[in-house]
Design a protein around this ligand. Sequence first.
Ligand code: GAR
Length: 213
Amino acid sequence: MKRIVILISGRGSNMLSILDSDLPVIVAAVISNRADSPGLDIAKARGLPALAIEHRNYAAREDFDSALAEKIDGYSPDFVILAGFMRILGNDFVARYSGRLVNIHPSLLPAFAGTRTHRRALEEGVRIHGCTVHFVTEKLDHGAIIIQAAVPVLENDTEESLSVRVLEQEHKIYPEAIRWLALGRLKLEGHRVLLGNPGMQPDALISPSLDAR
Ligand code: GAR
C-alpha cells in the first residue's frame, strides 16, 4: 500500500475526510506547522503519529522547509498531501517531491489563486465557484489539475455559506483524487492529468440552472 504524509495548519476537516474514506493508503503521519492545530488532536485520537514543526521557530523559509522535509522523509511517504496547509513552500521543497505533492484549493483554479477565495468570488460576481485538487509546482496554485467540483453561487450567499458548500465538495473530491493517486491511475501529459476512463460526464455545469428561467 502507498504511504502518505498529510500536512495541515488548522482544523483538519480535509484530513478527516481522507482518514474516513477507506482509501488504499497508509497514513504514515500528520504534520502541522502550528502546534495548536485542532487537526493534530483529531489525528492523535485516531492513533496516528501527529506532530508540529512550528514555522515561527525558523528565521528563514528554507530552514523551515528543510526541517519539514527531513521529518517527512523519516516516514518514507509515496505522496505528500497538503490539506489546508497554509505555508508557501519553497522551490527546493517542491522539486524534492515533484509529482508526489498535491494540494486542495478552495476555488476553481486558475481563478482565485491565493487567499480569501470565497470573498473574492462573491466580489467578482461569479456564478460558479468551487474547489480544485492539483499537483503542486513552483508557481503558486498553478500545478496540473486532478479534479474540480463546481458549486453554484446563490444570490443570498455570504462568504460563510459559500465556504460551507465548497468545503462539502472538498471532502468528496480530495479522497477521490488520493484514491486515483494511490492506484496509479493518474498520468501527466503536459499540464493535463489524464485518468483513463472516468465514466459518464455531463456536457456542462450551468448556474443558474436553465430550469430557473
Ligand atoms: C480548506 O478550505 C482548504 O481548501 C483551504 O484551507 C481550508 C482548510 O480547511 N486551503 C487553502 O486555502 C490552501 N491554499 P481544513 O483544515 O478544515 O481542511
